[in-house]
Design a protein around this ligand. Structure first.
Ligand SMILES: Cc1cc2nc3c(=O)[nH]c(=O)nc-3n(C[C@H](O)[C@H](O)[C@H](O)COP(=O)(O)OP(=O)(O)OC[C@H]3O[C@@H](n4cnc5c(N)ncnc54)[C@H](O)[C@@H]3O)c2cc1C
Ligand SMILES: NC(=O)c1ccc[n+]([C@@H]2O[C@H](COP(=O)([O-])OP(=O)(O)OC[C@H]3O[C@@H](n4cnc5c(N)ncnc54)[C@H](O)[C@@H]3O)[C@@H](O)[C@H]2O)c1
Length: 476
């Protein structure tokens, strides 16, 4: 029987790679099993291809829009094969960072096979049986395939197959108006496809309603048909592609259907019973420090982790935050917990929609009866005006004492600005930390500062302060 490894990792996506890299960097003996493509979702079927496609789409939109700046160009011609090559090129350029060679170079034993538990302290991957001191389950999540009559008749798409299409969809129907559905709707519309989004609730349902409304207007400009508050009740194949029936009785034809209705944890093949690891339908049940509730040797990270029953946070930056928690908790045995309070999320449409902390609705639902709601429209921001992009809004939600609870941003580059709000919320800094910050002029980031200034303006203009200023005026 061979010595146990210090850390066995199941899955080489963002979470597994980060954990394996940290542990190997500390000189620990690490084994990593990956059954599919190294790099997992974010590299092969998630962040990188979707952002690469969005960049191509933004470029096409820029050409169409150029007349606003006095530049006359012919309509863009979309070379789909070249767009695909750009997307594949982006994946290929990022791939070496996640590659088996890099990991092996760091001393990690990489096993390119599916892993499953055989005992509470052992996994099997391919022909290898590996005993472990610690195991991190980082097997990620897969697209949810809803149970819709007729779905079996058609060749539906998910994010795992969408980026491999040899030809552009003529009419892409998208089931789900969350981050994935909206990003891919805009990308394909700008690349010349007809797009219809079918959303059971409202688009961007987790996000602030005012932000969703602004995004709705922007997507309409791209010609995207949004069908909100309806279910897809049936799909049938026909000679042109498919016919979709909606719960309001409407029917329409489409050539392709993308399922963007959420994700489910990849639990099935792990044999969690043998590992004595408890899971819920949302993922591996862990405490706030990502340790399994039922097997102290086992931890979870990334999309598959369900810390304290709060559900997964399906973001690459959440996966790397998980790895940082595990570095402290699992490797150094220090207290550490995953705190999602300051975790940003961004929908990379144009404009981008970023959220950090609580939306107004969530803050009220959490029992904050009195709130200070501070807004600054992009139409009042010099940079946005100069660049001819005045649509958008920054909205801050604060306590009456000036502590920031949440920030919602609808703006170009909102994702680049989200971090500052994460810092304010995470470090519990007052709004004055933002108002006192010298920001370069003219920047979009100033909109947030102007919103925060709105908290202090009424106080500065109070009769007391005015009286004080009047009195000071008489001093020599
Ligand atoms: C289209 C799309 C766009 C996205 N865009 C963004 C974005 O812009 N920003 C953002 O932050 N997030 C984005 N996400 C979410 C992000 O991609 C995921 O949150 C992140 O990739 C999850 O990483 P992970 O390591 O938990 O899982 P994964 O990346 O899914 O990795 C898990 C790995 O485990 C392997 N595995 C599974 N079971 C086993 C087994 N039994 N044995 C061995 N290996 C196994 C899988 O093959 C996989 O490679 C996007 C997702 C999608 C689908
Ligand atoms: N920019 C990003 O960070 C980014 C981009 C894409 C995906 N992701 C991650 O990937 C995960 C999956 O994204 P997603 O957009 O598929 O999931 P999601 O849960 O964010 O959105 C799914 C949407 O589909 C709707 N829906 C579900 N079932 C439906 C049905 N039968 N009919 C009509 N509508 C239905 C829901 O109401 C919801 O609005 C998310 O957790 C997200 O965090 C992140």
């Amino acid at each position: 029987m061979t010595d146990p490894v210090d850390v066995a990792v199941i899955g080489a996506g963002a979470a597994g790679l980060a954990v394996a890299t940290i542990a190997a960097g500390l000189g620990l003996k690490v084994a990593l099993a990956e059954r599919g493509r190294m790099g997992g979702t974010h590299l092969n079927a998630g962040c990188i291809p979707s952002k690469a496609l969005l960049a191509a789409a933004r470029s096409a939109a820029g050409v169409r829009d150029s007349h606003r700046f006095g530049i006359r160009l012919p309509p863009p011609e979309i070379d789909w094969a070249a767009v695909r090559a750009h997307v594949r090129g982006a994946i290929a350029r990022a791939a070496p960072n996640a590659g088996a060679a890099r990991l092996r170079g760091m001393g990690v034993e990489v096993i390119e096979a599916a892993a499953h538990f055989t005992a509470p302290d052992e996994i099997e991957a391919g022909t290898r049986r590996i005993r472990f001191r610690r195991c991190v389950i980082a097997a990620g999540s897969a697209p949810l395939v809803p149970n819709i009559p007729g779905l079996g008749e058609i060749a539906w798409l998910t994010s795992e197959t969408l980026f491999d299409l040899a030809d552009p969809p003529g009419h892409l129907a998208i089931l789900g108006g969350g981050a994935l559905g909206l990003e891919m709707a805009q990308a394909h519309a700008r690349l010349g496809c007809l797009v219809t989004v079918i959303e059971a609730g409202r688009i961007a349902g987790q996000e602030d309603a005012e932000m969703a409304e602004g995004l709705r207007e922007a997507l309409a400009v791209d010609g995207i048909a949004l069908r909100e508050g309806v279910q897809l009740t049936r799909v049938a194949r026909d000679w042109e592609g498919m016919t979709l029936e909606l719960s309001d009785g409407d029917r329409f034809g489409a050539t392709h259907l993308l399922l963007a209705a959420g994700r489910v944890p990849r639990l099935a093949s792990l044999d969690l019973v043998a590992g004595q690891v408890q899971a819920t339908e949302r993922g591996i049940a862990t405490d706030a420090g990502l340790r399994s509730l039922t097997n102290r040797r086992v931890f979870a990270a990334g999309d598959i982790a369900d810390p304290e029953g709060t559900g997964p946070r399906s973001f690459t930056h959440a996966a790397t935050q998980h790895a940082a928690v595990l570095a402290k908790r699992m490797l150094f045995r220090l207290p550490a917990r995953f705190d999602a309070a300051a975790l940003p999320r961004v929908t990379y449409t144009d404009p981008e929609l970023a959220q950090v902390g609580l939306t107004e609705e969530q803050a009220r639902a959490a029992g904050h009866a009195e709130l200070s709601i501070l807004r600054w429209p992009l139409s009042e921001n010099d940079r946005a005006v100069a660049e001819g992009r005045p649509a958008g809004l920054v909205k801050l939600v604060a306590t009456p004492q000036g502590r920031l609870l949440g920030a919602s941003l609808l703006s170009a580059h909102a994702g680049e600005m989200a971090g500052i709000y994460g810092l304010l919320i995470g470090r519990k800094l007052p709004l004055s930390a933002l108002t006192g910050l010298a920001l370069p002029y003219p920047t979009l980031a100033e909109a947030g500062k102007r919103a925060a200034e709105g908290f202090y303006t009424p106080k500065l203009l109070s009769p007391f302060v005015k009286g004080l200023a009047g009195w000071l005026r008489h001093l020599p």
